[in-house]
Design a protein around this ligand. Structure first.
Ligand SMILES: *Cc1c(COP(=O)(O)O)cnc(C)c1O
Length: 381
């Protein structure tokens, strides 16, 4: 027997209440019964997004909401700034270019957050820029970007701040309305504690104005059409009925815990993971702007990161993530978002200690676990 532990930055573990709700017999989506589920879910989503605006629910992975944001807000030839500090930043640029937008790439060293002064410089030099596209949490490097400061830059300009909050919403504080974020998107398989398949997008009034003139081609991801249907407690096309039924349960759990407590839990788990990995001697990937969604660390010299991830998964049943692109085989990413608590962190740190020893890199058993545990203990009365 091998017990499995899923500690990757998406998909993340799903709580029993959501699994059971999703196992219920399918109801038809054009019924008062489903409308009631949908209405409650849409309200709860506003709470988690910290907005009074509608949160669209799309049947897609998170990238669908990214593409939807571009095609609904821009026209070919429009200029945007893309903060490119990792795989997902790069994706913003690739989608924009696919639709003929002119991209000002702002390259950021992997593992760092963007300097708002750099964004300000590009904005000043290019007065026609109509959007800043960024990640709140760049999952590929486990770094955050300073969203509040970026929002202050776009607020009074004819320019939208479009934030991929896919591993940020429900992880750390990102008050959409209070900060003036124009588009905030997320996906079901991260902090929303669900299987993959749903994408979410919330738009400010300023962003909805942009949608009036946007000329990019679109059909499935038509935000205006979705918003119209949302008012009638439904979606334009067949919704992912089971996922939405599960989402209601997951959102109820978040509401019951309280958003601030959810943030505090993620903060505690993240600090414990950082302390635990540091105690083993693993160098952090994003020391200056670490995300509370996942912790990236460099694999020690002489250890093959690919082998380490494989050993953890196949031998120990623990799924962590490795690195992408030039970081392939070089880093390990430990996720701590969503349905994750104290003993998931113990599992992660302990399994890394055992695996490193097995792969010939000697670390003292319990050293990382002890460091993590001292912080995790804060969570109890
Ligand atoms: C997971 C993720 C995405 C979306 O990926 P999908 O595979 O399309 O769900 C986008 N951005 C970030 C920051 C992510 O973590």
């Amino acid at each position: 027997m091998k017990k499995r532990y899923l500690l990757a930055p998406g998909p993340t573990p799903v709580p029993d209440a959501a699994l059971l709700a999703m196992a219920a017999p399918i109801i038809h989506h054009r019924t008062p019964q489903f409308s009631e589920v949908f209405k409650e879910t849409a309200e709860l989503l506003k709470y988690v997004f910290q907005t009074k605006e509608d949160v669209l629910i799309l049947a897609a992975s998170g990238t669908g909401a990214m593409e939807g944001s571009i095609v609904n807000l821009y026209s070919p030839g429009d200029e945007v700034i893309v903060v490119n500090g990792g795989k997902f930043g790069e994706r913003w640029g690739n989608i924009s270019e696919a639709y003929g937008l002119k991209v000002h790439w702002l390259k950021v060293e992997w593992g760092c957050g963007v300097d708002p002064a750099e964004v300000k410089k590009v904005l000043s030099a290019n007065p026609n820029v109509k959007g800043v596209l960024v990640q709140a949490s760049e999952t590929s490097t486990t770094a955050t970007h300073p969203i509040k400061e970026l929002a202050a830059l776009t607020k009074d300009k004819n320019c939208l701040l479009i934030v991929d909050g896919i591993t940020a919403v429900g992880v750390f504080d990102l008050p959409m309305d209070a900060w003036g974020i124009d588009v905030l998107i997320s996906g079901s398989q991260k902090a929303f504690m669900l299987p993959p398949g749903l994408a979410f997008a919330a738009l400010s009034q300023k962003a909805w104005k942009f949608s009036e003139t946007a000329k990019c081609p679109k059909f499935y991801f038509d935000f205006k059409k979705e918003r119209k249907n949302l008012k009638d407690n439904t979606t334009a096309y067949t919704p992912a009925i089971s996922l939405i039924t599960g989402l209601r349960e997951a959102l109820k759990m978040i509401k019951e815990e309280g958003l601030q407590n959810v943030f505090a839990r993620h903060d505690r788990l993240a600090r414990a993971t950082r302390a635990g990995t540091a105690a083993i001697g693993l160098r952090p990937m994003a020391p200056n702007a670490p995300s509370n969604a996942a912790t990236g660390v460099f694999v020690p010299e002489g250890v093959d990161g690919g082998k380490l991830v494989k050993y953890l998964r196949d031998e120990m049943g623990v799924t962590l993530a490795g690195g992408q692109d030039h970081l392939k085989g070089k880093i390990l990413r430990i996720a701590h978002l969503g349905y994750v608590d104290t003993f998931d962190i113990i599992t992660a740190v302990s399994s890394i200690e055992i695996a490193l020893n097995k792969l010939g890199h000697k670390v003292e058993h319990g050293k990382g676990v002890g460091a993590a545990q001292r912080i995790l203990a804060e969570g109890y009365k």
